[in-house]
Design a protein around this ligand. Structure first.
Ligand code: FAD
Length: 499
C-alpha cells in the first residue's frame, strides 16, 4: 500500500485504517466521486488493530445468539427489541457488502463472510426456562425465522458434540440455533475495502503517518498535524471534514480537537484474550458460534463463547474471551495512554465510573489474576473433555470503553459504540467497540446523517444510498415481507445459508 507525501488540502481526512474508516471512505467516494480523501494510519499496514482477523471474535452480530440483548423483564416476559435492532443493522451491513460484490469492488464473499450457525447455550433450570421464553418471543419476529430450540440431549449432542460429551446427565441444558448466522473475517474485509478505495481517483492512503494534533481554523477547516514515522518528519495539512476513526486512539485525538461535545468523556481500556485450539481433529468436530450467559455482574463483552472461525477457508476453534487489563488504548499503543487521557474535565467521570462499577472492577481483578489452570477450568464448563495441552493463549484487540459524565453519578461506563459529532458537522469521532464491526454500515449512515444533514436530503445522495442499501429509509423490523426478501437476496449474493 502506498505512502508518499500528502498534498496540502483535502475534502475529507480519515484518521485510522480500520473497518470504520474503510466503510466511511467507500460511502464518501460513492456519494462524492470528485472528493479528495486522505487516510492516515500510524501502523505500516491497514486493519492492524481491532479490525484485524484475530483481534476480534469475527461474530456477525445479528442478535441471534447474544443473550445479553434479550433481558427478562420483571413481569417474566423477554424483551427482544435490542436483538431486533442488532439483527436489522446486520441486514444493512449485508446489503452494503452485497452491493460491493455486485459492483465487483471486492471479490469472493467467502474471503470475508461464511455461514456459521449461531447457538445460545444455557445451563440450569431457571436459565432453561428463560431460554424457552426467549425462543417463544423470537418466533414472533420474522428476523429470527428458522430459530430452533432444543433441550433434548440427542439433539444437543448433534448440534454441539464437544459441549455435550462428558457432561453430567443430571445437568439441565438447552440451546437455540439459527442457521442464518455468520462468521466474518473483518480483517480481510477491511483490506479489500482499502484495496478498492485506493484504486479510486482522489483517494490516497498514508501509512506510518500518526496524527498528533487537530485544530479548527477561522475558515472552519481543520489543520491536521502528523508525524511521518518512517522518516520522522512533521507534516501539516488541511481538511474540510475529519473523521477520527482511530479505534482506541480516538479519545486522545478527540480531546485534542477541543470540541465541546468531547468534554467530560473518558475511556477505560479492556483487552481481550482467547484460547485457541491446536488440534485439527477437535476443531473439525465443532461447528458454530456457541454463546453462553455472562456471569452475574460481569460486562456484556465477557460472555463466554466456543467459536468456530473460518479464516482463509480453514476452520479454527476459539474459546473466550478472557479480559485483561493494561493502560494501553491500542494493542500497539503506549502504557501512558490511559494516564495521559486524564484531564480536569474528565477526572470526575473517570472516578465516578470507577465507584459505580465496583462489580466490573472486581470482575477485572479476578480476570487479571487468572492462571492458565483457571482459564482452562472455564473452558471445561463448556467443553468438559477438553485437553489443556491442545489450547494456546492468544491476545486479541484492545477495547476502550466510553465513560460519560453524569450529573448524579459523576460518570457512567457505556458498552456501546458512540458517535461524537461537532455541531457544525466538520468533525466526527467514533468511540467504543460494541457491537462494533458488524454494525459498521449503520454506524456510518448514522454519522453521515449527523454530519452531512443538507447533503443527505438531496435527491442525488438519497438515490445513491438507495442503490447501495435498497431498504434505506425503511424498517426491516416492522416490514416482514421486505425483511424476508432482503435476507434472501443478500444471502444469495454472499453465498450464505438461510435456514
Ligand atoms: C476482543 C474483541 C472482540 C471483538 N469481537 C467482535 C465481534 O465478534 N464482532 C464484531 O462485529 N465486532 C467485534 N469487536 C469490535 C470490532 O473489532 C471493532 O468495533 C472494530 O474493529 C473497530 O474498528 P475501527 O476502525 O473503529 O478501529 P480499529 O480497527 O482499531 O482501527 C483504528 C486504526 O486507527 C489507527 N490509529 C490510532 N491512532 C492513530 C493516530 N493518532 N494516527 C493515525 N492512525 C491512528 C490504529 O493504528 C488502527 O489501525 C471486537 C473487538 C475486540 C477488541
Amino acid at each position: 500500500m502506498p505512502s508518499s507525501t500528502p498534498s496540502m488540502e483535502c475534502d475529507a481526512a480519515l484518521i485510522g485504517a480500520g473497518i470504520m474508516s474503510a466503510t466511511l471512505g467507500v460511502f464518501l467516494n460513492e456519494l462524492n466521486p470528485d472528493w479528495t480523501i486522505r487516510i492516515f494510519e500510524r501502523l505500516d499496514k491497514v486493519a492492524g488493530e481491532s479490525s484485524d482477523t484475530w483481534n476480534n471474535a469475527g461474530t456477525g452480530h445479528s442478535g441471534f445468539c447474544e443473550l445479553n440483548y434479550c433481558p427478562q423483564l420483571k413481569d417474566g416476559t423477554v424483551d427482544i427489541s435490542k436483538a431486533e435492532e442488532i439483527a436489522e443493522m446486520f441486514e444493512i451491513s449485508k446489503q452494503f457488502w452485497s452491493y460491493l460484490i455486485a459492483r465487483e469492488y471486492i471479490q469472493s464473499p467467502s474471503d470475508f463472510i461464511n455461514s456459521c450457525p449461531h447457538i445460545s447455550l444455557v445451563f440450569g433450570e431457571d436459565n432453561v426456562e428463560y431460554l424457552k421464553k426467549r425462543f417463544e418471543f423470537m418466533q414472533g419476529s420474522h428476523l429470527f425465522e428458522g430459530i430452533l430450540f432444543a433441550s433434548d440431549r440427542q439433539v444437543l449432542q448433534d448440534w454441539m458434540p464437544l459441549i455435550m460429551e462428558g457432561r453430567e446427565h443430571s445437568q439441565k441444558v438447552a440451546a437455540t440455533r439459527m442457521e442464518a448466522g455468520t462468521d466474518v473475517n473483518f480483517g480481510n474485509l477491511t483490506r479489500s475495502l482499502f484495496r478498492h478505495l485506493i484504486s479510486q481517483k482522489g483517494v490516497d492512503l498514508f501509512l506510518q503517518h500518526e496524527v498528533r494534533h487537530l485544530h479548527q481554523e477561522q475558515d472552519g477547516k481543520w489543520r491536521i498535524e502528523m508525524k511521518n514515522l518512517f522518516n520522522q518528519t512533521s507534516l501539516t495539512m488541511k481538511a474540510k471534514f475529519v473523521f477520527i476513526g482511530a479505534g482506541g486512539g480516538a479519545l486522545p485525538l478527540l480531546e485534542k480537537s477541543g470540541i465541546a461535545e468531547g468534554k467530560g468523556l473518558a475511556g477505560f481500556p479492556i483487552s481481550g484474550e482467547f484460547l485457541k485450539c491446536t488440534n485439527k481433529n477437535t476443531i473439525e468436530r465443532h461447528f458454530g458460534k456457541v454463546y453462553g450467559k455472562a456471569a452475574e455482574g460481569s460486562p456484556p463483552m465477557s460472555v463466554p463463547h466456543l467459536d468456530s472461525r473460518i479464516v482463509n477457508k480453514e476452520k479454527n476453534l476459539l474459546f473466550g474471551p478472557y479480559a485483561g487489563f493494561n493502560t494501553k488504548f491500542l494493542k500497539a499503543g503506549s502504557y501512558l495512554d490511559l494516564p495521559l487521557s486524564v484531564r480536569l474535565n474528565n477526572i470526575i467521570s473517570l472516578l465516578g465510573a470507577g465507584l459505580n462499577n465496583l462489580q466490573l472492577t472486581k470482575y477485572l481483578m479476578t480476570q487479571v489474576r487468572q492462571t492458565p489452570e483457571s482459564r482452562f477450568r472455564l473452558l471445561q464448563d463448556y467443553f468438559p473433555n477438553a485437553k489443556m495441552e491442545e489450547w494456546e493463549l492468544t491476545i486479541a484487540g484492545q477495547r476502550v470503553q466510553v465513560i460519560r459524565s453524569d450529573p448524579k453519578l459523576g460518570g457512567v461506563l457505556e458498552f456501546g459504540t458512540e458517535i461524537v459529532c461537532h455541531n457544525d458537522g466538520t468533525l466526527a469521532a467514533l468511540l467504543g467497540a460494541s457491537p462494533g464491526a458488524s454494525t459498521s454500515v449503520s454506524i456510518i449512515i448514522d454519522l453521515l446523517n449527523q454530519c452531512f444533514k443538507t447533503e443527505m436530503n438531496t435527491l442525488a445522495w438519497k438515490n445513491k444510498l438507495k442503490e447501495m442499501i435498497p431498504t434505506y429509509g425503511e424498517s426491516l423490523i416492522s416490514n416482514a415481507e421486505l425483511g424476508r426478501l432482503t435476507r434472501k437476496r443478500t444471502h444469495q449474493t454472499l453465498g450464505l445459508n438461510l435456514a
